[in-house]
Design a protein around this ligand. Structure first.
Ligand code: HC3
Length: 390
């Protein structure tokens, strides 16, 4: 890389701290939450908010519930899943000019909201259920159409010329009407553009959707540096369980870009749908005003930190972050003394999860990896009813 191209997007006053950050990456221990990054790359948004990316277009989430044919339903689940990728992985880059380092949620942190549109009300609950390792759990439900998405995720990172992130955990989409579950695995990703100071996410290898109806979907990702050479490319197939490698069993395909448009074709190669990510309208998420939020709600809890980041005031940022961390240390000490664990407000750790275990077996090399997520986390409707409030 020519010297003049290096750190092109880094503000002049941050060049030194960015190059120190890049050097520190050589001894990166894989814990993304412990990574100290320069002020200009810090985001004011906590990872608990990322759960909302799953349902910014509620009509795509509810579409499978309206489809009587199981093969088409699986195709619609695939379409919804691919439609979420742009927001999940490219929205910060588009909005803020680069990927930023999100705030590390504290144990018990909440992010609550809802979408209201022609699909009815779609509710979101996101909770940080573990701090070591960091795990975020979420539940999104739309009672009008009997659709529920619940899941939890953690990240395992490593450094090999750039940051590589393996996502641990899964999501399950449940359709009441058909009593169907779809296990969703998450794509591995890596960070591009680190050297120039304008990081962005690229997805790689593949992820799966495994339906309890006997159909599955594999999505393959490639980027600029890959064979096709086109940024954010994908190729997906829908097939009956066990027929992943049998080309003659393919029921649907999807090809294109997850940030631009992709085309869905049936087994006869006829186009059934063209999805344009740039044109699809989103429903805005409604979040309570900060003053009305619970003290554990993300935007309220991080308000002062976010203000300090926005001002670019690193001293105030560290000071305000330290107040939150100190309080957390006190709470953990008290819990240890009383030999009890922090009570999660909406989720419960499950000892056995038969549906998940069964569907996970259909994922090549699949395993629940509970040791990496501090357990298997399930939304607890009773807890939510009794203590959840909003
Ligand atoms: C790796 C990541 C944090 C995790 C983010 C996840 C995997 C969280 C779950 C969402 O459903 C999907 C998602 C999208 C983006 C992932 C983030 C991208 C960058 C961030 C790192 C912790 C920041 C790396 C620091 C930086 C920007 C300097 O390179």
């Amino acid at each position: 890389m020519p010297a003049e191209q290096e750190a092109a997007a880094v503000p002049p006053q941050a060049k030194g701290s960015w190059s120190s950050f890049l050097k520190s990456m050589a001894s990166f221990n894989g814990d993304l939450s412990s990574m100290t990054a320069p002020a200009f790359i810090l985001s004011t948004t906590s990872l608990t908010e990322f759960s909302a990316y799953w349902s910014e277009m509620p009509r795509l989430l509810t579409a499978p519930a309206k489809e009587p044919d199981p093969q088409k339903r699986t195709m619609l689940v695939m379409k919804w899943f691919i439609s979420t990728l742009k927001q999940q992985y490219a929205s910060r880059n588009e909005k803020l000019g680069s990927e930023k380092k999100p705030l590390n949620p504290f144990l018990g942190e909440l992010f609550l909201g809802k979408w209201e549109d022609e699909e009815g009300v779609t509710q979101l609950v996101s909770e940080q259920v573990s701090h070591h390792p960091p795990v975020t759990a979420y539940n999104i439900h739309n009672d009008t159409h009997g659709v529920r998405l619940q899941g939890y995720n953690a990240q395992k990172a490593s450094f090999r010329t750039t940051i590589h992130v393996k996502q641990v955990g899964h999501a399950v989409l449940h359709l009441d009407k058909y009593n169907e579950d779809y296990l969703i695995t998450f794509p591995p990703l890596h960070i591009e553009g680190l050297i120039t100071g304008s990081p962005y996410v690229e997805l790689n290898t593949s992820s799966y959707i495994i339906g309890s109806n006997g159909y599955a979907c594999r999505i393959d990702y490639s980027g600029k540096g890959w064979v096709s050479g086109t940024k954010n490319s994908l190729h997906a197939t829908v097939y009956p369980h066990g027929k992943e490698k049998d080309k003659s069993s393919i029921l649907y395909t999807a090809d294109g870009s997850w940030t631009d448009s992709f085309t869905i074709k049936d087994a006869k190669k006829s186009v059934v749908d063209v999805y344009n990510a740039k044109k699809e309208p989103k429903t805005p998420l409604q979040v309570a005003p900060i003053a009305q939020q619970d003290p554990l709600e993300s935007r309220r809890a991080w308000q002062r930190v976010a203000e300090a980041i926005q001002k670019g005031d690193m001293n105030a940022t560290s000071y305000e972050k330290n107040i939150i961390e100190e309080k957390q240390r006190e709470l953990r000490k008290r819990e240890a003394g009383e030999k009890r664990e922090w009570e999660r407000r909406y989720f419960t750790r499950m000892e056995s999860a038969p549906v998940l275990e069964k569907l996970t077996k259909e994922v090549p090399g699949g395993s629940l990896e509970r040791d990496q997520t501090n357990g298997v986390w399930v939304f607890d409707g009773e807890k939510a009813r009794v203590g959840g409030g909003r």
